[in-house]
Write a protein that binds this ligand. Structure first.
Ligand code: ADP
Ligand code: MG
Length: 253
């Protein structure tokens, strides 16, 4: 069986600045990987490359064996046609730091939107499904609310419900709690934890070390565009081998 997610030798530069310098990472089906690292180390760029929002300069990303990045065959770079890229992207859920909900749509319609756009459900069926998804994140009774009437934690839970609407093979979280007031972090982490327990394959960029220890099968420490250290939480978080990992953990813990 192929890995759920396979990242091979991904390089990405912005102008003269090489932000990813050859990243390799494999996640099995149902695997949960927490990505830690200092600001500017390339974490978001890596997630964006996985989601095909950034095109790798070299290397590739494959989801269940199907390429979603560019492939290197000899010297030539092959890119997937735009339709295939769009199809692949519907198989990946993405939850950003800032909730990115449509302000002019209710919670229910925010969640229904991808179902209408990509599954061609009629609006009534999409809304019905959206309410089920909202119930999963504890917001079954808030479908009529507009984002501005929801707390940050509730908005982020709506964003998670929306990311799950198309039953993605992979869910990416980019610092899902860093924009939240401290008292709202717990409710969002608990929804993510539930999702991990339900067998979802996930990559979570987070500074919540305790949470990473609890939910991740593997922790990846990235610095300067390379994976410095990777392994189970008991190793990377409790007995890091690399000085850079130790120094980072000492700063954030
Ligand atoms: P992290 O998420 O670990 O904080 P990022 O992946 O966001 O780091 O960014 C890594 C580096 O790449 C930063 O120096 C950032 O300024 C730079 N960068 C990211 N995206 C772009 C872009 N679109 N254009 C130019 N530089 C970028
Ligand atoms: Mg980032």
């Amino acid at each position: 069986m192929s890995a759920a997610l396979e990242i091979r030798n991904v390089h990405k530069s912005f102008g003269p600045r090489e932000v990813l310098k050859g990243v390799d990472l494999t996640i099995g089906s149902g695997g949960v990987v927490a990505v830690l690292g200092p600001s500017g180390s390339g974490k978001s760029t890596l997630l964006r490359a996985i989601n095909h929002l950034e095109r790798p300069d070299l290397g590739y990303v494959a989801l269940h064996g199907e390429l979603i990045g560019v492939e290197v065959r000899g010297e030539r770079l092959h890119e997937l046609p735009p339709r295939a890229v769009r199809r692949q992207r519907t198989r990946i859920g993405f939850v950003a730091q800032s909730f990115n909900l449509f302000a002019n749509l209710t919670a229910r319609d925010n969640v229904a939107e991808p179902l209408v756009a990509h599954r061609r459900l009629d609006r009534a069926a999409a809304r019905e499904r959206a309410v089920e998804l909202l119930a999963k994140v504890g917001l079954g009774d808030r479908g009529d609310a507009y984002p501005r009437h929801l707390s940050g934690g509730q908005q982020q839970r709506v964003a998670i419900a929306r990311a799950l609407a198309l039953e993605p093979d992979l869910v990416l979280f980019d610092e899902p709690t860093s924009a939240l007031d401290p008292e709202l972090v717990g409710e969002v982490l608990s929804v993510i934890r539930q999702l991990a327990d339900s067998g979802a394959t996930m990559v979570i960029v987070t500074h919540e070390i305790g949470f990473a220890r609890e939910v991740a099968d593997d922790v990846v420490f990235i610095d300067g565009g390379v994976i410095v250290e990777q392994g189970p939480p008991s190793q990377v978080l409790d007995n890091p081998r690399q000085t850079r990992t130790r120094e980072f953990l000492a700063r954030v813990l």
